[in-house]
Design a protein around this ligand. Sequence first.
Ligand code: NAP
Length: 344
Amino acid sequence: MGYRVGVVGVGPVGDRIIRVLRERGFPVEGELVVMATRERTEVLADEKYLVREVTEDLFEDLDVVFFAGREGARGASVQWGSVATDAGAWAIDNGSDFRMEPGYALIVPEVNMDVVGAGNRHICSPNCSTIQMVVALAPLHRAAGIRRIVVSTYQSVSGWGLGAMDEFEAQVRQYAAGEPVTHDPNIFDKPIIFDCLPRIDRFLDDGYTKEEMKMVHETRKILGEPELAITATAVRVPVMIGHSEAINVELERPLSRAEALEILRDPAQSPGVTVIDDPDSLQYPTQADCLLDEHRDAVLVGRVREDPTVEHGLNLWCVSDNLRKGAATNTVQIAEGLIARGLL
Ligand SMILES: NC(=O)c1ccc[n+]([C@@H]2O[C@H](COP(=O)([O-])OP(=O)(O)OC[C@H]3O[C@@H](n4cnc5c(N)ncnc54)[C@H](OP(=O)(O)O)[C@@H]3O)[C@@H](O)[C@H]2O)c1
């Protein structure tokens, strides 16, 4: 049996959704209905697609729609999410507009697919940094109870969309050609080449950024722990694709490095996690590693260490492809989970 599938938005996330659907053999019936703000032909995931201007009638026959458009009032899922669900489709949304709304499930399939029911026809996929962190931490939380999380992120430019990737590439070309490096202040405050920028999304009144608070609120919702202590610092780094995170956790019960590694290496306890951690042979994961075929949908974990400065503390380093597990793959896995549960 196949499903009629729509994709709204053809930036790097929309491109990866099309690629991941194909790679995983998702049962698509007929042609993918690919939509964006205006009609054109475009090469997506190495194949030519007709991109249609999004209109109400295009949703009429669809079973599932993946949203990968811009956020906000003029964004794709605010304008078209309810059109899709009213037409009878499931909406699976990469954007942040509805993630914290009551009644909207916020899903990382390895962690909380079980909360989805027939009433959740608009399902949200979390922020890329949140997804990889909860895949790595949920097994440790189940084993020893997480009391507090301190996380610092090292996030690639692709997390800010196609415009940011083009900006970074242009700066690299300018530098290589010996030309002055230009920058568009509407994308990043300063040139991203050779620098790290500790502002992702807008500043809030208390000095945190919206990205940092997404990690706080979304993690609590996914783990079902509304009071969990979490503090985050989100940093943009000059890497094209792939996010890293330095994570410090305080646990309710002691967990040694060896015990944590045993849990994280066990696919039954830690689905989606791949451990790369061997100081003796200089093995640890980096952003380049998450682009390798064998790791392309994994959350890579390494540098696991006991932290003796707090009670039952652990440090770890966590890496994943923000466009795949941090966005596209997570949404396709949600659709697969709906099929497995007989909901789609
Ligand atoms: N990049 C990441 O790492 C990441 C991770 C997790 C979640 N997300 C979220 O995923 C979404 C897509 O990210 P991206 O990086 O691919 O963004 P992007 O490069 O900005 O691309 C956005 C796409 O959405 C289309 N679009 C915008 N407004 C629309 C509307 N009202 N109706 C229909 N289409 C619309 C655009 O159409 P045109 O091409 O016609 O302009 C464009 O194709 C965003 O919500 C983002 O926050 C991104």
